[in-house]
Design a protein around this ligand. Structure first.
Ligand code: SDX
Length: 425
């Protein structure tokens, strides 16, 4: 932890400028280059933000080399083993784990926001039945701002609090509705006597023609998957939510923007892409040819579920996800699941390949989540929707932190212009 204000000097030809070095509570120090353009007339250039801190944040800490993921200082493996998803929501939003009474009150508060305005169901009928559920979610989550006008004023902390609870509570309801619509089954209303994850599973898989028995093992597995996906520092979709929020857009619109960004196969869409990849591999015998393809520059094939911008050692979530996958398959009696066998063999072979070792490519959370979700009964096109359900609380927590930042400015990067200079018609 840096104490005195140290500086770094930038020298170009006969000119030099100094910039302040700053330390956080953990992780790399930063060079504060906010005055770079004013002082030097030059921009910094970092198109993928690989070396750029976009904000200060106290929500989530990741150490890519050590495989560390902490929500408000608590390691993810401890949270997954000892707490619930709604407790993790409370932690991410409030900075502390809830005491028992606080936990019950918070979960009850969420429960009584799970219904959506009945007119929202009409939006679904405008989509084709084969619409991708993420296309539906991008639309209907944004449409929440057309219904809940009493929680769109971002200058009112009370309205932001209500919008935060509504988003965490209603996104799973809309996600279940998107699934039901895609399979042509009637929507299932939330039940207030079920916990968050059991409620979600019931809204997805119950049918009016028979009673639905919640399976506590599967509900616990989904709750654990939600905790693993809840937040992840300044990833692409969180950066989009912060950027949208910096313009003063309402919270529902900001979360819809995050959902749109998460959909990409390089980000949250990877779990769906992993399943498609495993299915295309067909048998473990084909793995070597796919690994060879992944190594070729001119081949677009990548081993989906491998690699990460931050984790260059291992993704701590992947290990827990693999355990959860095993538990779910065993509980369901799906031993020797062919896709799981292919995944295990692909992981084993890739981790011994020089290409993957040299580029520090390890399985990320998406490598095993897809198999688990398929075993739970979700179709592949719902995988990223579940990621969005889980990540809503992280987006909301980061959005609130950004709004509360007294130094908040609209996110407006500059560019290195390489186009035509002035010319005349
Ligand atoms: C998530 O940011 C987050 O925190 C995201 C996330 C979250 O919780 O929000 O963790 C969730 O998005 C996890 C990542 C899911 N995506 C995938 O599994 C898709 C496959 N992975 C790759 O697309 C890639 O690894 C990224 C996008 C995840 C990371 O890309 P980077 O950091 O920009 O790294 P890169 O693409 O520059 O790769 C470095 C090298 C390249 O080779 P060279 O150009 O140096 O020769 O590694 C190669 C890449 O070609 N490489 C791969 C690879 N991933 C990277 N080669 C084969 N297979 C892969 N999966």
């Amino acid at each position: 932890m840096r104490t005195d204000a140290e500086t770094i000097k930038l020298t170009v030809a006969d000119k030099s400028w100094t910039f302040e070095l700053r330390s956080g509570s953990e992780g790399p120090d930063v060079i504060d280059i906010g005055s770079l353009y004013d002082k030097t007339g030059m921009f910094a250039y970092d198109p993928g933000f690989t070396s750029t801190a976009s904000c200060e944040s106290a929500v989530t800490f990741i150490d890519g080399d050590e495989g560390v993921l902490r929500y408000r200082g608590y390691n993810i493996d401890q949270l997954v083993k000892q707490r619930s998803y709604t407790d993790v929501c409370y932690l991410l939003l409030n900075g502390e784990l809830p005491e028992l009474e606080q936990s019950k009150e918070f979960e009850s508060h969420i429960t009584y926001h799970t219904l959506v305005h009945e007119q929202m169901s009409h939006f679904f009928r405008g989509f084709r039945r084969d619409a991708h559920p993420m296309a539906i979610m991008t639309g209907v989550v944004g449409a929440l701002s057309a219904f809940y006008h009493d929680s769109t004023d971002i200058t009112d902390p009370q309205q932001r609090q209500v919008a935060s609870m509504r988003l965490i509570a209603k996104v799973p309801t809309l996600a279940a509705m998107a699934y039901k619509y895609s399979v042509g089954q009637p929507f299932v209303f939330p039940k207030n006597d079920l916990d968050y994850s059991a409620n979600f599973l019931r809204m997805c898989f119950a049918v009016p023609s028979e009673d639905y028995a919640s399976d506590p093992v599967l509900a616990r597995a989904i709750d654990r998957i939600f905790m693993l996906h809840a937040d992840h520092e300044q990833n692409a979709s969180t950066s989009v939510v912060r950027s949208a929020g910096s313009s003063g857009a309402n919270p529902f619109a900001c979360i819809a923007a995050g959902i749109a960004c998460l959909w990409g196969p390089a980000h949250g869409g990877a779990n769906e892409a992993v399943l498609k990849m495993l299915e295309s591999i067909e048998t473990p015998d084909n793995i070597p040819s796919f690994i060879e393809r992944a190594k070729k520059k001119d081949d677009i094939f990548r081993v989906m579920g491998f690699g990460h911008r931050v984790y260059k050692n291992y993704d701590p979530r992947a290990n827990i996800m693999r355990e959860t996958c095993h538990e779910v398959l065993d509980h369901l009696g799906i031993h020797n699941h062919p896709l799981f066998e292919i995944a295990l063999e692909l992981e084993r072979r890739a981790l011994s390949e020089e290409y993957f070792i040299s580029k520090r490519l390890y399985p990320n959370i998406d490598f095993y989540s897809g198999i688990t979700l398929r075993a739970l009964g979700f179709p592949t096109n719902m995988f990223t929707v579940l990621f969005a359900v889980a990540r809503t609380v992280g987006w909301v927590a980061q959005w609130n932190e950004m709004i509360d930042d007294p130094k908040r400015k609209i996110a407006r990067p500059r560019q290195l212009y390489t186009g035509s200079q002035e010319r005349h018609i």
